[in-house]
Design a protein around this ligand. Structure first.
Ligand SMILES: C[S@@+](CC[C@H](N)C(=O)[O-])C[C@H]1O[C@@H](n2cnc3c(N)ncnc32)[C@H](O)[C@@H]1O
Length: 200
């Protein structure tokens, strides 16, 4: 059924399809299509002016956020790898929304600890075992209204395996998100598991 959406939707355009193919060839994980479509819908409804993405990959999600956000939206995309940042700049330089994106080469937690800006939408997609630290740091420091989206909360299925240490830690975190954020957190069973927290 996704084939139908591919055919009629402007989301999967020439550039996004070529980034996706590149990701497959290079074995770089990128956001799943259903998750991406959900996030576009969130961006349409919520209209964030400032988006922070932790984990740029090949710029696939960044490109789509830039394409479907308002004209005055600014996106900051942070990645630990200098090579990744350079590649993203190169790939997306042909996009007319390239100017909306500020690429930052930094370790996500370090960036968050030093950051003094408030963002409307935080998209967490960097190092999985650091998710609790990212989440807690944002919640502690950010002011005003914001949404935190976290991808890969299934951790590629590891959360279902009780013998997997990394999966068990994520499983613990997922449960904590519900317990500590009653009424403000939802878990969508789409893609690789998507968590959405809002503070308003
Ligand atoms: C799953 S990819 C991001 C995919 C991208 N958001 C998308 O959907 O198109 C994860 C990225 O996080 C970066 N990363 C891993 N650990 C990191 C860290 N501690 N700080 C910042 N970036 C990190 C990796 O270099 C990689 O580019």
């Amino acid at each position: 059924m996704l084939e139908y959406v591919y055919e009629i939707s402007p989301v999967f355009d020439h550039l996004s399809i070529s980034i996706k193919k590149m990701a497959q060839t290079m074995n770089v994980p990128i956001i799943k299509d259903d998750t991406l479509l959900y996030l576009i819908n969130l961006i349409y409804l919520y209209k964030p002016e400032k988006i922070l993405e932790l984990g740029s990959g090949l710029g696939y999600s960044t490109y789509t956020f830039a394409k479907f956000s308002s004209e005055n939206t600014k996106i900051t995309s942070v990645d630990i790898s200098k090579e990744t940042i350079m590649r993203c700049k190169d790939i997306l330089s042909i996009s007319k929304n390239f100017k909306k994106i500020n690429w930052v080469n930094d370790e996500a937690l370090n960036f968050l600890k030093n950051n003094r800006l408030n963002y409307d939408l935080y998209f967490i997609d960097a190092m999985k075992r650091e998710y609790p630290l990212y989440f807690d740091t944002i919640k502690k420091n950010a002011e005003g209204k914001f949404i935190i989206v976290m991808d890969n909360l299934y951790m590629d299925g590891k959360v279902f395996d009780k013998n997997d240490k990394k999966g068990s830690l994520m499983n613990f975190f997922n449960r904590r998100l519900f317990l500590e954020n009653r009424g403000r957190f939802i878990f969508l069973p789409i893609g690789d598991g998507l968590g959405i927290y809002n503070n308003f």
